[in-house]
Design a protein around this ligand. Structure first.
Ligand code: ADP
Ligand code: MG
Length: 729
């Protein structure tokens, strides 16, 4: 029988890049055609309904029932025109992916016939029978109801004939069962606190939005090869496979020309994105072979998160049309770079002023410094929580490993800006400044824009880097939702801005002038968070030593990272800003640990199966060939000659037996260990044991399989090899 590998390779030779007929007209002509955005709302809604939705989005006002009916009716008319027959509440349960349950618009009429109908109550709230989603104990079986509720700030869209309405997902008792709910709450917290700090500088600022520009990294592999690898299919990563002789050493893939077949995929993926208003702008090859990246123009954070999740599902669908599979796993291949989802994060006033962009005069520059320094301090205070938020089983291959190492939290701001903070720390004092001192300091602060203009020292090894007009969180993994780290970051910054303002106000009350009060508190904050500033190589041993000296926490283990959700500081902060209650945090802690265990369980099972049912039989088959060969040599030659001629074969026969023995032992050991650990009722302990005891056995089995791959005849090796997965398209 031909193996799947052979079949896949044969088919691959026949693949052609699919030709997409060039789009007529410009991107701007199709941009957003499948989105019920403000322009369409104006067209399809009464003025009253339109104004209500806008007030709900901009000011968080409620939409009443009558209006909801009008909105639903308008939305339906538009959706039917766009070819939709069904509608769904589109939500994000705590599984890192989106969920949907489609219902048809049509209703039966009394007296026969059917009509398309969509009532306001169905738009506003639904109760999907979604009791199987993880809730971490927030829902008992007798009260398993979960509700989805419309999020008007993220516009509805039509995808594949279904009207999708972005919603939050909450329990019967109002607890969050998703990431969107706490993300929206954190955005509100930050808006409230940041707007008040802005008012120290500009009384007219009413609202502050968080802006997010994500960069999505991913791998593409040929569909045939993908299907021939049960590990990729079931776990999203290769659990075995010897590294190819060539991978990324030559750095010839990064920013290289995009292969035709991949290019065709990208073009179609972009086309679909534009129709959905996802403003993808950049595409390029990434560092590893078959690794790519796309990035959009940044948007308001809630919308940006939805767009990222939507794009991921669009990419998956489009890839299949091109007989490709997209891999969002953080580390699908050993030995080459993994994938992240860098989150470019900033804050902007409702009038569009970027608060992390230096201004034109000293006052706006002090405002810039205020937001910069307070963000750094927030990351200093809640760094471990930020790490916990991006920690997962799949990201653990990046976490603590040699890529954007988030094991230690540090902030990079560049040497010149760093020097500026040092000089402020030195020169500002608690005493009243002379007019001369003040002018001098303000003059220096006024130089910030120039400093940043030629500030080219970018540090790729920092987990949280200032890049001129925004921070870039690099610790986030490619597969998760960007809402996760943003919930922590937004709330932490809100808390810090709150503390900052109280300190400034206290000084003002004591008679210190406002500008001096701001500078004085800034100086304190700069000093307090100095330890987290790091400009050097974040991957180096020196940094680990230095971080230890500075007393910075270091986390190398995922379940331990999760503990930060329950630290007193996190619980208090999330509670103070009504982002997550202690009960909600506990449920998240439980779900995260549980998911961690389940993913490792699946990996262990898949590897066990591959080892025993694919690899060992193949190795035995080849060993038998060698044995036959040795027997033949023995028959033909005198003993002295035979021993020399059969030397390598005999050695290989031995090695094969040895590796097989080790694989068998470890596989049995793996099963025993799992059984034992599964007895433990505490989910955190279970996760910790899986991390410490199961992971090494998985690695050990892989080691022996990869050794066998080097010995066994290539012709009979059943699974596509790294060089095929990473170099053929
Ligand atoms: P790089 O490769 O240098 O990191 P990219 O062009 O790949 O840069 O990505 C930069 C990302 O930063 C884009 O998604 C862009 O929209 C985003 N970005 C730029 N300015 C802001 C901002 N003020 N707030 C949030 N994101 C921003
Ligand atoms: Mg980039």
């Amino acid at each position: 029988m031909v193996s799947l590998r052979e079949k896949a390779l044969e088919e691959l030779l026949r693949r052609e890049p699919s030709r997409l007929s060039p789009t007529e007209g410009k991107i701007s002509d199709i941009f957003g055609i499948n989105v019920f955005d403000r322009i369409k709302m104006k067209q399809y809604l009464s003025e009253e309904a339109f104004e209500s939705v806008i007030a709900a989005v901009d000011e968080g006002r409620r939409i009443d029932r009558k209006i909801a009916n009008q909105v639903a009716a308008g939305m339906k008319v538009w959706a039917l025109e766009r070819g939709a027959s069904h509608y769904t509440h589109w939500f994000h349960p705590l599984t890192d992916s989106t969920a949907e349950k489609h219902d048809a618009f049509f209703e039966l009429q009394q007296g026969g016939g059917a009509i398309e109908r969509f009532r306001g109550e169905l738009l506003v709230q639904q109760e999907p029978d979604a009791s199987s989603f993880p809730s971490g104990g927030l829902r008992n079986t007798f009260e398993a109801r979960g509700y989805t509720a419309w999020d008007p700030s993220s516009p509805a869209f039509v995808l594949d004939g279904t009207l999708c309405i972005p919603t939050v997902f909450i329990s019967y008792t109002g607890e969050a069962l998703d990431l969107k709910t706490p993300h929206l709450r954190s955005l509100l917290a930050l808006d409230t606190e940041a707007a008040q700090v802005c008012q120290l500088f500009d009384k007219d600022v009413k609202k502050v939005n968080v802006t997010l520009g994500w960069e999505q990294e991913y791998f593409l592999v040929d569909e045939g090869l993908f299907i021939a690898r049960p590990d990729l299919l079931l776990t999203g990563r290769t659990l075995m496979g010897h590294v190819a002789a060539k991978d990324q050493q030559l750095e010839d893939h990064y920013f290289g020309s995009i292969p035709d077949r991949i290019g065709a995929f990208m073009k179609e993926m972009e086309l679909e994105s534009y129709k959905l208003s996802i403003p993808v702008k950049t595409r390029h090859n990434e560092v590893a072979p078959h690794q790519f990246e796309c990035a959009p123009i940044f948007e308001e954070a809630n919308l940006a998160v939805d767009h990222n999740l939507l794009l991921m599902s669009v990419m998956d669908k489009v890839a299949r049309r091109h007989k490709l599979r997209v891999l969002f796993h953080e580390k699908p291949f050993k030995g080459v770079n993994g994938s992240g989802k860098h989150c470019n994060w900033s804050m902007a006033t409702h009038t569009g002023v970027n608060l992390l962009s230096p201004g034109k005069n000293p006052r706006s520059n002090i405002q810039f410094l205020t937001f910069l320094v307070n963000t750094m301090k927030a990351v200093d205070t809640h760094g471990m929580l930020l790490l916990a938020s991006v920690a997962s089983q799949s990201n653990s291959h990046r976490l603590g490993a040699n890529e954007a190492p988030p094991a230690i939290m540090s902030v990079f701001i560049g040497t010149t800006l760093s020097a500026m903070l040092d000089s402020l720390e030195e020169r500002v004092s608690d005493k009243k400044m002379t007019p001369g001192e003040k002018t001098e300091i303000k003059l220096d602060i006024g130089k910030i824009p120039e400093i940043l203009l030629d500030n080219t020292d970018r540090n790729r090894t920092s987990p949280f880097a200032f890049t001129g007009n925004r921070f870039e969180l690099r610790a986030m993994g490619s597969s998760g939702s960007a809402a996760a780290p943003l919930i922590a970051l937004n709330t932490a910054v809100a808390e810090q801005l709150h503390n900052f303002r109280l300190q400034v106000e206290a000084l003002i009350e004591k008679g210190v002038k406002k500008d001096e009060a701001i500078l004085q508190v800034l100086r304190t904050v700069i000093a307090e968070c100095k330890k987290i500033r790091f400009e050097g190589n974040g991957y180096s041993q020196e940094w680990q030593d230095e971080a230890t000296k500075r007393g910075l926490p270091m986390i190398n283990d995922v379940p331990t990272a999760f503990k930060s959700f329950l630290s007193p500081g996190s619980v208090k902060m999330f509670n103070d800003y009504s982002v997550l209650s202690e009960r909600e945090l506990e449920s998240r802690f439980e779900i995260r640990n549980e998911t961690f265990v389940k993913k490792l369980q699946i990996e262990a099972r898949v590897l066990g199966d591959l080892a025993i049912n694919h690899v060992v039989p193949t190795a035995l088959e080849y060993q038998n060939v060698l044995i036959e060969n040795v027997k033949g040599l023995k028959e033909l030659f005198p003993t002295g000659d035979y021993l020399k001629l059969a030397e390598t074969q005999l050695l290989s026969i031995r090695k094969i037996s040895e590796h097989i023995r080790q694989i068998r032992e470890s596989t049995i050991n793996l099963v025993e260990k799992r059984k034992e650990i599964n007895q433990n009722n505490d989910v955190f302990e279970r996760a910790t044991l899986y991390s410490k005891e199961i992971n090494p056995v998985i690695e050990d089995i892989r080691y022996h399989i990869d050794k066998l791959e080097l010995i066994v005849d290539d012709k009979i090796w059943p699974l596509p090899k790294y060089r095929e997965l990473l170099f053929l398209h």
